[in-house]
Write a protein that binds this ligand. Structure first.
Ligand SMILES: C[S@@+](CC[C@H](N)C(=O)[O-])C[C@H]1O[C@@H](n2cnc3c(N)ncnc32)[C@H](O)[C@@H]1O
Length: 269
């Protein structure tokens, strides 16, 4: 990482009051106070250059809704201090992912354009470095998407969350979904915490957690399994869960460890 100061976010929106709490409260606010990140909310309307601060207009060719003007977006972006990524939030963008969050967390300054109405004039695409969607659904505006991006990227900045190890274990970071966690009470409505977690045997706990992460991923998101860097032990666990050798091969998983041969008994024993 080449960044010397905080990771700066500039969130450009027509509804700054929606985003301010996300930029100022909780761990984001604490990280900003500690100088690890800086999250600014920029009011697009301030760049309207007309008496009524109008930022949108009707679409050429007709049709429903209003379109945000590209010149407004251009002036707003020009007011920023050299962002190294300009992100347009749009349902037509590249799907947001943990891998993308990790990539963005290495940047110095992210500008994020939140749309409203029918979105921005398509010529805005010439001003951005990437277009990002947070899922295959359409919201009324980009503010909730910007909050998702801010939350996911900021927590990857070193020092923002206390325990660096915890995000290495998170769902998607390891390539798998996270294993289940438990805390007190030990028994709740006849459901007890798995025994293995209470014995203090760290190697067994780690093996149990890995097996649970594999089982969950297989049951809920088998699409994640190819290319997750599965180990021979993982292959053995997946075979035990009913995965076939052909599937393992198709996922690029290594063969399971060879079964241990029983020790030969000495003739005199
Ligand atoms: C009503 S939407 C516009 C939808 C647009 N007409 C379309 O169908 O692609 C208004 C704004 O919400 C934001 N938005 C809505 N859904 C989104 C999603 N899934 N991912 C990212 N941004 C989204 C975008 O900034 C978009 O410009």
């Amino acid at each position: 990482m080449t960044r010397s100061g905080p990771l700066r976010f500039s969130l450009l929106t027509l509804f700054p009051e929606l985003l301010r709490p996300w930029a100022q409260e909780a761990l984001i606010g604490k990280a900003a106070a500690r100088g690890l990140i800086a999250a600014d909310v920029v009011d697009l309307r301030a760049f309207a250059e007309n008496k009524h601060r109008k930022v949108d207009d009707t679409p050429y060719g007709g049709g429903a809704g209003m379109v945000i003007r590209v010149d407004v977006a251009e002036r707003a972006l020009a007011s920023l201090d050299a962002p190294d990524e300009v992100i347009l939030l749009t349902p037509a963008g590249q799907p947001f992912s943990q891998a993308m969050a990790e990539e963005l967390s290495t940047r110095a300054h992210l500008a994020v354009l939140c749309g409203r109405y029918e979105g921005f004039d398509a010529r805005v695409e010439s001003l951005v470095t990437r277009e990002v969607s947070i899922g295959d659904f359409v919201m009324m505006g980009g503010e909730a998407a910007a909050a998702c991006l801010l939350e996911a990227v900021a927590r990857l900045v070193p020092g923002v969350i206390g325990d660096e190890e915890s995000h290495r274990q998170d769902s998607f970071s390891s390539g798998l979904l996270d294993y289940p966690e438990f805390t007190r009470p030990m028994t709740w409505r006849e459901q007890s915490v798995p025994e293995v977690l209470m014995r203090g045997d760290h190697a067994r706990i780690a093996a149990w957690r890995r097996a649970e992460a594999l089982a969950r991923t297989l049951a809920r998101r088998p699409d994640l399994l190819p290319g997750t860097g599965l180990t021979p032990q993982d292959s053995a666990a997946l075979l035990a869960l009913g995965v076939t050798s052909a599937q393992l091969e198709a996922w690029g998983a290594p063969p399971p460890p060879a079964p241990k041969r029983p020790k030969k008994r000495r003739a005199d024993s």
